[in-house]
Design a protein around this ligand. Structure first.
Ligand code: MOS
Length: 748
């Protein structure tokens, strides 16, 4: 096996798709303009629970340009019923067991009850307002408070992937041995995803073949879901997703609109574009659920944890036992022999919640890391020191060693970079005029997910020496296309300018959806393998070619650089890929690469660690909080591109700021509707809210996770950021606010 020196990997390469995006030549799923196009508009239920007793579509059908109105009365039934609908990588998807417009039942506000198709968007939207839906309303439960008398403990959450209850050791015995205890309950408002690009699908049929231009994190997920719902073989469904304008988890599950657009297009015999409005994004693509978490900690006087209990209560939909997995990382990050974690749910009239950036890790670590801050205060111990004392070399749930660690370096180097030693531990001890100043910190962690199916990529080199690498994954804004170009360039030994990544199309080799911060690790593994196979194939061809200067050489003695194969010891003996291909009348040549995690990865705990630090200023009279500085130190294994990695981490940290201080949606229990349905009343941080964000990347060697040792940076930046801010607010004001978001009212 030939190895090449990294030239492109590790460089802060600019985004290869940046020019397309800023110049408007990037086509998103709603940007496709096709001949004979028509436009669909969704009509959502306006109550949370009941039965449709009548749908009057006559007025809508009379409008100019209206082609069809689909309702449960005329929409074909789906071919497959749950749980047989595969989504994420062919597995049944959590939160995927409901498809609307199959009967007259209304389960949540916003549930699609009709689809209007017209020749223009405006006409479709106008006619949609004229569809008269009569619903016999029944009592609804939409908030946690309303459902307290119907709490149940699910056997498993997440379509059965995660058990509802997790235990190790004996929590009660551990707590009995504790010399200090903390018991704290935290509440969280629901959150909505709001990527810049709302979800949209453009559907076009050619005979019995369907093409969908869909905003998705996984083209195969859309393909498999829509094929199952429509009763088609997947080979008849092509999904294209060349540019996706952010997602944060709301485009991981395949919701109703892609299949509805396909059904509508078949019904009217024209291409159909179905784009969700910003308002519909609040009721159509899942959300992060409202929740309560309770943490009980027991520790010795030295601050060693003896017991940890973590309970979570949240509302889920009528169909799915969904809870974001808040008890994952929080159960693994510290050495604690006695643990109990329990998920509890309430059936509510809401759509199934879904993944939202750091789904569960962010909320679970908020609770744990705020409780750890309370413990540090009670023990009179420095919060960084408390974390260091509870460091674990193994995943405490399994006893398996970490594939690589870096947690302690993150804590130490983050603290140093932040200037933590300047902190007087006494609350309300730092002031700047009328501002109370606080320093807070928290730990961060995010799992490294390996795929459970093989990841495939293809690499092709042309006789002009340029190359293309292909894998079906879309780049939803994280930088996948850029990073994969770097990886392929190095494996082939060609300059990055001669290499191009192509993704976002089911015609390309199948690879898992980009979810769970796993894109960089998984896709790079397949791309690295494919490009390496192509290089080895070309070298083998050269040494076997009587006309090659490398004829007869041992392939292992050949290296590649600048598009040229040469003897490692005598670099002037060799030839370029182009020379080899031209001489052999080959316009191009290609190789596949398949990667699956090695079986021994099962013997390791895999986690990206980090540490977060925040400085806040709280107006002593007005309760206004300003985050002045954030420092995050992260150990994501190998950093493929420090520019895109840093961007991901900064975005995550600022998201954490939003979680701590701004982001919230609330159900109005009387009307059973979300209170916020626009970016006017759903608050996210803007530039004026964002402080200086400082990211330290700590590279740790990891020989286990994947060939390049990449652990991922997509979500860990958010984990712990909100807790660091809450802890800083406590340090500034002496007030413990155990909720998100923390608002002015909480500090008056
Ligand atoms: Mo990401 S929230 O794992 O799609």
């Amino acid at each position: 096996m030939t190895t090449t020196a990294p030239m492109a990997i590790g460089q802060p390469t600019d985004r290869v798709d940046g020019r397309h995006k800023v110049s408007g030549t990037a086509h998103y799923s709603a940007d496709y303009v096709l001949d004979n196009m028509s436009y669909a508009f969704l009509v959502g239920a306006r109550v949370a629970s009941g039965r449709i007793t009548a749908i009057d579509t006559s007025e809508a059908l009379d409008c100019d340009g209206v082609l069809a109105v689909l309702t449960h009365e005329n929409l074909p039934r789906t071919a497959a019923q749950p749980p047989l609908i595969p989504s994420l990588a062919g597995m049944p998807a959590p939160g995927q067991t409901f498809f609307p417009m199959q009967d007259d039942a209304v389960h949540y506000t916003g549930q699609p009850v009709a689809v209007v198709v017209a020749d223009t968007l405006e006409r479709a939207q106008h006619a949609a307002a004229l569809v008269r839906v009569t619903i016999d309303r029944t009592p609804s439960v939409t908030t946690l408070d309303e459902g307290r008398d119907q709490v149940y403990e699910p056997e498993a959450i997440f379509a059965g992937f995660i058990p509802g209850r997790n235990q190790r050791g004996d929590f009660r015995a551990g707590l009995a041995r504790a010399e200090v205890q903390i018991d704290a309950a935290f509440t969280y408002a629901a959150n909505n995803h709001n990527p810049i690009e709302p979800s949209a699908t453009t559907a076009v049929w050619d005979g019995d073949e369907l093409t969908l231009y869909d905003a998705t994190q996984g083209v195969a997920a859309t393909q498999l879901t829509v094929a199952a719902l429509l009763g088609l073989t997947p080979s008849k469904v092509r999904v294209v997703s060349h540019f996706v304008g952010g997602s944060f988890g709301c485009k991981a599950m395949i919701w109703a609109h892609p299949a509805l657009s396909a059904l509508a297009a078949r019904h009217v015999g024209r291409p159909v574009k179905l784009a969700l409005t910003r308002e519909q994004m609040f009721t159509s693509v899942g959300h992060r659920e409202e929740q309560e978490q309770r943490i009980t900690l027991g520790a010795t006087h030295e601050g060693r944890l003896t017991a940890l209990r973590h309970h979570k209560l949240s509302p889920t939909s009528p169909f799915d036992d969904w809870a974001e997995p808040s008890l994952g990382v929080a159960s693994q990050i510290y050495a604690c022999p006695n643990y109990e974690g329990v998920y509890e749910l309430i059936r509510a009239n809401i759509m199934t919640p879904t993944f939202m950036r750091a789904p569960g890790e962010a909320s679970g670590m908020f609770a744990l890391e705020c409780a750890m801050d309370e413990l540090a205060q009670q023990l009179g111990l420095d919060p960084v020191e408390l974390r260091l004392r509870n460091h674990t070399d193994v995943d405490p749930n399994t006893g398996n060693p970490w594939s690589s660690d870096g947690f302690q370096e993150c804590l130490r180097r983050g603290a140093e970079r932040f200037g933590w030693q300047r902190r007087n531990p006494e609350p309300r001890s730092h002031r700047d005029g009328n501002w109370l100043i606080g320093y807070g910190m928290a730990a961060a962690g995010y799992p490294v997910y390996g795929p459970n199916n093989p990841q495939r990529a293809r690499a092709r080199i042309y006789a002009d020496g340029s190359a293309v690498v292909q894998a079906a994954t879309p780049d939803f804004g994280t930088g996948v296309a850029t990073v994969m170009t770097q990886v392929a360039a190095d494996a082939l030994g060609i300059p990055i300018e001669r290499c191009r990544f192509e993704g976002g199309d089911t015609m390309l080799p199948t690879i898992a959806a980009a979810v769970g911060s796993s894109g960089a690790g998984m896709i790079s593994a397949a791309v690295h393998t494919a490009a390496g196979n192509l290089r080895d194939q070309l070298i083998a061809q050269a040494v076997a070619d009587a006309q090659s200067p490398l004829h007869g050489a041992d392939p292992a003695s050949v290296t590649v650089r600048g598009g040229r194969m040469m003897l490692r010891d005598r670099p002037d003996t060799g030839e370029s890929y182009s020379e080899l291909l031209h001489r052999n009348f080959l316009p191009d040549t290609e190789a596949m690469g398949t990667w699956s995690p090695a079986p021994q990865t099962a013997n390791y705990g895999m986690m990206t660690f980090g540490a977060q630090f925040a400085e806040v200023a709280v107006d002593a009279e007005l309760g206004v909080v300003r985050v002045r500085r954030m420092v995050g130190a992260f150990a994501p294994g190998r950093v493929l591109n420090p520019k895109t990695a840093r961007s991901q981490l900064m975005g995550g940290m600022i998201w954490g700021l939003g979680q701590a201080l701004l982001e919230a949606n609330y159900m109005d229990p009387v009307r059973g509707r979300w209170v916020a349905s626009s970016l006017g009343d759903y608050l996210i941080p803007v530039n004026a809210d964002a402080p200086e964000v400082d990211v330290e990347l700590i590279e740790v060697e990891d020989k286990i996770v994947n060939p390049l040792g990449v652990k991922g940076v997509g979500e860990v930046g958010q984990v712990g950021a909100a807790a660091a801010i809450a802890n800083a607010i406590h340090h500034a004001t002496g007030r413990r606010v155990r909720k998100t978001p923390i608002t002015i009212e909480d500090l008056l």
